[in-house]
Design a protein around this ligand. Structure first.
Ligand SMILES: Nc1ncnc2c1ncn2[C@@H]1O[C@H](COP(=O)(O)OP(=O)(O)O)[C@@H](O)[C@H]1O
Ligand SMILES: [Mg+2]
Ligand SMILES: [Zn+2]
Length: 565
């Protein structure tokens, strides 16, 4: 078999090392001024040039070129023999397989012999963090008083595992991940050097996938070039498992076109191709998020090839913001909730169906009816339309319940729960569907009552998974106002209100809201199905429920202040 590309293309001169200019400059200066240290530590991710640079340094200190600025020359016998891997004064130790203290003692005993061919004996200890404590101690003795002819170069990917005593003896250099552009340029050099052909976009994709690791990038190129054909973007995508990308694009288009059948088709296509549903949902989220970033004017934050970028800009221009946000949330939920589902593709299908359903019409109609119907004693309008919207989801959620109901009377008031009580009780699933709100990201900024109303059905679906009882209590309530991180829920009766007021129920609701909208809200319960007109109490402002409804032609029928107990 021919030599692996990444070995063949190991930089043999300083200026061939890519992306580590800060280190190369320092080492080159040391060589020029003849002030090379006795112990170095090269730290950084794998495949970024640590071993390469260590060998360059070993070569440079032993190079026979007259002018120190020309070292390594890559032409003298010493340079050539380092390149061929048979230079006797370069000793490479892989700590991953030589961790015994005896090995290090052996090294210590031999180190006092003068170099055979060069000026310096250079020891490269790779993966030095793998050494045992005893071996480290033995090494430390050597590092404390190295003979003048010895140079140590320790390399590690895990610098935090190196004892401070060792660190303090070494000149330390941090290798960084290599930027995508530098990798692409290097790959281009290899392409022309090897007489290969590749699409520029394919190289960018390879570079991105290798996350700053040049060795991985070259190995990928090697693998892709082995067929002898031109390396195209689509071949690269399929080899890297990013072929589902086209399905994501198709799915997005079907949402834009309101074409459920086509959307289902793209989902099934991806599943049939062996894509994991959760992974697929993640890719959809990533893509939609990209569209959102473009809409918000942050296109530069997107990792994509120029071809993808153009595609995304078109889609971003076609999406209404509200629908985009809605779809983003729905597919994000599919990522999170897919854990315990027996039919993993189903949540994707539901997310698709809900994304296509006009996200606005239901909620807006709800506002309108809510205000117009304020005189009626029972108002189920909003809840009803939301229930219709989320009906399919309720059919598939696992009937998990949390703490047992304390007062059975509540159950009889809420028929849906009573029906479910017949089913055997189950423990909550190990992987709770609701994520706890992290401390950061806790501001309610940017979320308005309209947002709550729009996803109220989803919020309840999430709550129902954890506690059908809580969800049933919410059945008779309406989100009335949102101000200063406080969501006010209006209940039809005092009994239901006071039951809902337990910390457990309120927390569950807050968590579900966080789960869907990513904000932390406190919950306040009040009795009253009337829309409150005292805006100073409940903070109904422009853009809120009342003003929106009024703008839609709603009328305030009664004026009554709610009791904010
Ligand atoms: N900074 C770099 N510039 C150019 N090529 C690199 C660089 N880093 C790694 N490579 C390529 O990857 C291969 C492995 O690099 P190596 O120095 O052994 O990485 P490390 O020791 O950091 O894991 C090299 O042979 C070379 O082809
Ligand atoms: Mg290495
Ligand atoms: Zn030389």
């Amino acid at each position: 078999m021919s030599q692996a590309l990444y070995r063949k293309w190991r930089p043999g001169l300083w200026d061939q090392v890519v992306g580590q200019e800060h280190i190369i400059q320092t080492l080159q200066n040391a060589i020029r001024s003849n002030r090379v240290g006795h112990a170095y530590l090269f730290a950084g991710p794998r495949g970024t040039g640590k071993t390469t640079t260590a060998r360059l340094l070993a070569k440079a200190v032993n190079c026979l070129a007259e002018d120190p600025a020309q070292r390594p020359c890559n032409q003298c016998t010493n340079c050539l023999s380092v390149n061929q891997g048979n230079f006797l004064d370069l000793i490479e130790i892989d700590a991953a397989s030589n961790t015994s203290v005896d090995d290090i003692r052996d090294l210590r005993d031999k180190i006092n012999f003068s170099p055979s061919f060069g000026k310096f004996k250079v020891y490269i200890i790779d993966e030095v963090h793998m050494l045992s404590t005893a071996a480290f101690n033995a090494l430390l003795k050597t590092l404390e008083e190295p003979p003048a002819h010895a140079i140590f170069i320790l390399a590690t990917t895990e610098v935090h595992k190196i004892p401070a005593t060792v660190l303090s003896r070494c000149q330390r250099h941090e290798f960084r991940r290599i930027p995508v552009n530098d990798i692409v340029n290097y790959l281009n050099e290899i392409i022309s050097g090897e007489g290969l052909q590749a699409d520029p976009d394919a190289l960018v994709l390879i570079a991105r996938q290798s996350t700053g690791c040049m060795r991985d990038a070259i190995s990928l190129l090697d693998q892709l070039s082995s067929t002898g054909e031109k390396i195209t973007l689509s071949i690269t995508q399929s080899v890297l498992g990013t072929a589902t990308h086209q399905s994501v694009i198709n799915l997005t288009e079907s949402i834009l076109n309101g074409d459920t059948a086509a959307g289902l088709n793209s989902i099934h296509q991806a599943m049939d191709g062996g894509t994991d549903p959760r992974q697929f949902a993640r890719q959809v989220v990533e893509y939609l998020r990209g569209l959102l970033l473009i809409q918000m004017g942050s296109a530069d934050q997107i990792d994509a090839t120029s071809e993808q970028h153009a595609q995304m800009s078109v889609h971003a221009g076609q999406f209404e913001r509200a629908q985009l946000l809605n779809a983003l949330q729905l597919f994000n939920n599919a990522v999170i909730e897919n854990r315990g589902t027996w039919q993993p593709g189903l949540l994707l299908e539901l997310a698709l169906a809900e994304s296509i359903q006009k996200p606005f019409s239901a909620a807006v109609a709800g506002f309108e009816r809510q205000v117009v119907a304020t005189a009626l004693p029972e108002r189920q309008t909003v809840a009803t339309s939301q229930q219709v919207q989320t009906a399919p989801a309720q059919g598939i959620v696992s009937p998990a319940r949390s703490a047992p109901e304390k007062e059975p009377t509540a159950v009889s008031q809420t028929p849906p729960v009573a029906a479910e009580q017949a089913a055997p009780r189950q423990a909550p699933p190990a992987s709770a569907a609701i994520t706890s709100p992290p401390a950061q990201n806790a501001s309610a900024k940017g979320v308005e009552l309209d947002d709550i109303l729009r996803v109220w059905g989803q919020i309840r679906t999430v709550i129902k998974k954890r506690s059908p009882q809580t969800e049933a209590l919410l059945n008779s309530c309406h989100p009335l106002a949102l101000k200063d991180g406080m969501l006010v829920l209006g209940f039809a009766s005092d009994v239901v209100k006071s039951k809902m007021e337990s910390n457990e129920n309120k927390d569950l609701t807050s968590q579900a809201i966080f789960h869907i909208l990513g904000v932390n809200l406190n919950i306040q319960c009040t009795v009253g199905s009337k829309v409150v007109t005292d805006t100073s109490t409940l903070g109904i402002e422009g853009g809120g429920l009342v003003s929106t409804a009024l703008n839609l032609g709603g009328k305030i029928v009664t004026k009554k202040k709610s009791s904010n107990s």
